[in-house]
Design a binder for this molecule. Structure first.
Ligand SMILES: Nc1ncnc2c1ncn2[C@@H]1O[C@H](COP(=O)(O)OP(=O)(O)OP(=O)(O)O)[C@@H](O)[C@H]1O
Ligand SMILES: [Mg+2]
Length: 266
């Protein structure tokens, strides 16, 4: 048994960055999503070295940290796109560590919005949404869900017949988020929602996420724009070289001088 594994069995164990699991549990306001000593990577390369994460239902958590710290790998680890080398991932009390991404989508109701744009530019807005509902049981379900989304986001409804490639950056991001909603997820994983967007659209994207959270959605996001991400999220984790360096409320991290100096450009 190595050092990391020893920590798993002790609920009061101190995580690699010095934040105790107890503190993380308290901060998270619940354990709807729980990672315990997660080690994950690609092939044999370990990127995350024993991460603990606790998040209550309907809460939001933002991961910040330098390039290559492993932020996207946390989302990959939850969704099943990275190799799990040790530790546990559970959702709503059930172990989901062994599920494939498809099972995560269908059974565990987790949706993942990729860092790189994943819409089909030649297809219409409506066709893109229907593609997002491919795991739904029937074509009729996908249609109904599409209509629900159009009823919610008039801006998309007005463009339903347009090719997705002709949308503005903000509308495209709205389509990406909406497409992930087709499966009625309970947990939304979002990688860099503000990347590549003009400032006027960034607020819009966070407003959309805030709206979803107010409806009860649990959200884990990664943000390069740490100011916006921490202002949005209930909880912030700072990841450095695959380890948790700091964790606090989003608000406290925003006001933390060290975080300011390293990640907020001030
Ligand atoms: N699919 C993959 N296969 C192999 N290595 C990968 C893969 N994805 C990421 N890595 C490696 O894992 C490490 C962490 O990458 P990750 O993408 O999680 O970082 P990040 O914090 O999201 O960085 P960024 O801010 O640049 O998006 C990097 O060294 C990266 O090269
Ligand atoms: Mg990334």
């Amino acid at each position: 048994m190595n050092e990391n594994n020893k920590n798993t069995n002790d609920n009061n164990a101190v995580s690699a960055g010095g934040v105790s699991a107890e503190r993380l549990r308290e901060l998270g306001g619940g354990e709807f999503l729980r990672l315990r000593n997660l080690r994950a990577g690609y092939g044999k390369t370990e990127i995350l070295h024993g991460l603990d994460l606790f998040l209550g239902r309907g809460r939001s958590l933002c991961l910040i940290g330098p390039n290559g710290a492993g932020k996207s790998t946390v989302l990959h680890g939850i969704f099943g796109l990275a190799d799990r080398l040790g530790g546990e991932v559970s959702l709503d009390g059930g172990d989901i560590g062994g599920l494939s991404p498809e099972q995560k989508l269908r059974r565990a109701k987790i949706a993942y919005i990729l860092q790189d744009s994943s819409i089909f530019p030649e297809m219409t807005v409506e066709e893109n949404l229907i593609m997002g509902g491919y795991v739904l049981p029937g074509a009729e379900d996908a249609r109904e869900q599409t209509e629900r989304i159009f009823a919610k986001y008039g801006r998309l409804a007005a463009r339903r017949e347009k090719r997705a490639g002709t949308l503005s950056g903000g509308e495209r991001r709205l389509l990406e988020i909406s497409r992930a909603l087709m499966t009625d997820p309970v947990l939304l994983l979002v990688d860099e929602p503000s990347i590549g967007l003009e400032p006027r659209y960034i607020g819009m994207v966070f407003d959309i996420l805030a709206g979803l959270q107010s409806e009860g959605m649990t959200i884990v996001l990664v943000e390069q724009n740490a100011k916006k991400g921490l202002a949005f999220a209930d909880i912030g984790y700072v990841l450095v070289a695959g380890n948790l360096a700091m964790a606090d409320t989003g608000k406290n991290l925003l006001e933390n001088p060290e975080v300011g100096r390293l990640f907020l450009g001030g």
